[in-house]
Write a protein that binds this ligand. Structure first.
Ligand code: GLA
Length: 404
């Protein structure tokens, strides 16, 4: 395979000034908690996006996606959501930097330089739509490259927040901060416990003893993923608003107890409370119950990890899965099937769907000596049940976004 540098030279007849590599991510536990002010426990992996960058002078952004063999050109003056989805993760980020520079007058020169445009070439070995955040990896690579080239002086967290906003505004998905955070902040062999309420985080070495992480990819890419994602977010906001009617000091799910969820959101228990009854519905109750349980579960799971109690940690992964499947309703039959295939296997200590849901991968903690056998078994079972080929990835935890 040609290197991204060679491809860039072949396409654009010049060498790139900057190469950036940005990884995909896994998340051990803490799903759909990031936009609910909870905790997540992600890590960057050994699958990444790479970009090659060189400035231009004619006000154009010329972009090439090597894996798709597609080229797109836009003007820096008229950035708006594009019909080609991968383009949005580049220009959405540029639009954020433009807004940032425009709001800080001292940076007028930098804005003028940015608006002169650039070439960008992109390639990735992160499977697309597998829930490994290939798009966040691209957006993170782009913000990292712009920060470096235009000497913007952004912190890593500022970069993650700008990449997140790019996804909100250009891809239309109201995602949380986890994916970009993990891609940018990753460190080899470390998981990160991020408190999504105040964006503080801590690294913990992931000591899996005789176990390792294996992802099973359903190869299902659910068309509903982004619309349902936004709906979940709204349902959770609705739940908070209902609780705030009684507890005005509640700011987020961090201030909400399970008892409050039961008392104010469970529809059947609200018959004496007319206001709540008119607003509450079963879905809102289920979503909020899951979120409150998951926020607590992550904190307990981190304790398990620190105590070296992988079995207890793995049990919580299973609990997360069934919460996501039955209460939050973001799983799909294939994901449930993959968890069911391994749930009684003594060599698999944890398994659950990972990421936004409706397809993508399960994350599994499997005894290293049994990995090959289990991959072979699950592949066969999946083939028989769905007539689909199962892809599996044995991932390792690697450094976050960096210049190559
Ligand atoms: C997607 C989003 C993240 C997060 C997960 C679910 O990956 O991009 O922000 O909400 O889903 O945990």
């Amino acid at each position: 395979m040609q290197s991204i540098q060679e491809k860039f030279i072949q396409l654009f007849d010049r060498a790139p000034s900057l190469l950036v590599q940005s990884p995909g991510r896994i998340n051990l536990i803490g799903e759909h908690t990031d936009y609910n002010h909870g905790f997540v426990l992600p890590a960057a992996i050994d699958k990444s996006a790479q970009i090659a960058f060189e400035h231009r002078l004619d006000g154009k952004i010329v972009m090439h996606a090597i894996d798709l063999n597609e080229t797109e050109t836009v003007s820096t003056q008229t950035l708006q959501p594009h019909a080609t989805s991968w383009v949005n993760y580049i220009i959405g980020v540029v639009a954020q930097v433009q807004q940032y520079l425009a709001s800080t007058k001292i940076n007028n020169d930098k804005l003028a330089q940015l608006n002169q445009g650039f070439f960008i070439c992109l390639q990735a070995d992160i499977p697309i739509g597998a829930g490994l955040s290939s798009s966040a990896a691209v957006a993170s690579a782009v913000i990292f490259a712009l920060n470096e080239w235009y000497a913007l002086g952004l912190s890593k967290m500022q970069m993650a927040l700008m990449a997140q906003k790019a996804e909100h505004e250009f891809a239309g998905v109201k995602c949380g901060i986890m994916d970009m955070f993990a891609s940018i902040h990753g460190e080899a062999n470390q998981v990160m416990l991020l408190d999504c309420q105040n964006l503080t985080f801590k690294y913990y070495p992931l000591q899996l003893q005789e176990y390792q992480i294996v992802l099973f990819d359903t190869s299902i890419k659910h068309a509903l993923a982004s619309s349902e994602y936004n709906t979940r977010r709204l349902e959770c906001e609705q739940g908070i608003q209902i609780i705030q009617q009684t507890y005005p000091n509640v700011q987020s799910f961090r201030d909400v107890t399970l008892e409050q969820v039961e008392a104010y959101l469970a529809p059947q228990k609200n018959s004496s409370n007319e206001i709540n009854l008119s607003l509450a519905n079963t879905k809102v109750y289920q979503r909020c119950k899951y979120v409150v349980q998951e926020i607590e579960r992550v904190q307990l799971a981190v304790k398990d990890l620190l105590n070296g109690d992988l079995k207890a940690f793995g049990q919580k992964m299973f609990a997360t899965h069934w919460g996501l499947s039955e209460l939050y309703e973001v799983s799909c039959p294939e994901l449930d099937m993959l968890v069911n295939f391994v749930k009684n296997n003594e060599h698999v200590i944890g398994s659950r769907m990972m990421g936004g849901g409706f397809g993508g991968c399960t994350i599994n903690i499997i005894k290293s000596s049994e990995v090959q056998n289990i991959i072979a078994q699950v592949t066969q079972q999946y083939q028989i049940a769905t007539n689909k080929k199962l892809h599996s990835y044995q991932v390792t935890i690697q450094q976050g976004t960096h210049i190559i």
